[in-house]
Design a protein around this ligand. Structure first.
Ligand SMILES: [Zn+2]
Length: 207
């Protein structure tokens, strides 16, 4: 301002409303956002460190997802978790964490899996009602009916009141990988997973 004044240039300062609603400004905003989305290269310019980290993370996630979809291994987990949206918070009790991972791998001490490995003469559960697989253990086995009430009630409440979906069925995939539910918040996922961990722990079935 002093420099301009010394050059005998009159400067008037006035408040003007924001640029919102000004046609060409709006178009410039849209173009800038689109350029950033399409091209992560910043030429002859600078970028904030936080933005840089975000772009790198986004790029790595995209590459990782492509490899995950095309990989020939880990298909049991892929069936449960086709897209990794959040990092997994494992339970503190080690045996519970191991059981959880084995359920994800579809390779446990349940009779269906032991029979597949030639380690059991039957796939049927000791309760005698059905094949003892992941779905049976988590959702139907009458042996765990009493502890299953808490699990199903917690998850059903979150699905109904937080995610606002009554169409979301309670499946083994939802219990083991709740972040597949796109509407679930980080808190919802943590709560649902904690309920699943509680069920595994209380069942005392070392999988
Ligand atoms: Zn059973």
């Amino acid at each position: 301002m002093h420099t301009l004044h010394s050059m005998d240039i009159r400067v008037s300062v006035a408040w003007i409303p924001g640029h919102r609603g000004i046609c060409y400004n709006e178009r410039a905003d849209v173009a800038a956002k689109e350029a950033l989305r399409l091209d992560t290269r910043i030429v002859n310019g600078s970028i904030a460190l936080a933005s840089c980290k975000r772009l790198v993370a986004k790029h790595i996630r995209k590459q990782w997802q492509t490899r995950w979809e095309g990989s020939a291994t880990g298909r049991a987990i892929y069936a449960r978790i086709p897209t990794f949206r959040r990092s997994i918070q494992f339970p503190h009790v080690r045996s519970c964490a191991v059981s959880y991972i084995r359920l994800l791998l579809d390779d446990t001490a349940l009779n269906a899996h032991q029979f597949r490995m030639g380690l059991s003469s039957t796939r049927v559960c000791e309760c005698g009602t059905d094949i003892e697989d992941v779905d049976h253990y988590l959702l139907r086995c009458p042996t765990y009916d009493s502890i299953r009430c808490d699990l199903l009630q917690t998850v059903q409440d979150i699905v109904t009141y937080c995610i606002h979906s009554s169409n979301q069925g309670l499946t083994a995939s939802l219990l083991l990988s709740p972040w597949n539910c796109e509407d679930a918040s980080k808190y919802d996922c943590s709560e649902m997973l904690a309920a699943t961990y509680q069920f595994i722990h209380k069942s005392t079935h070392h999988l």
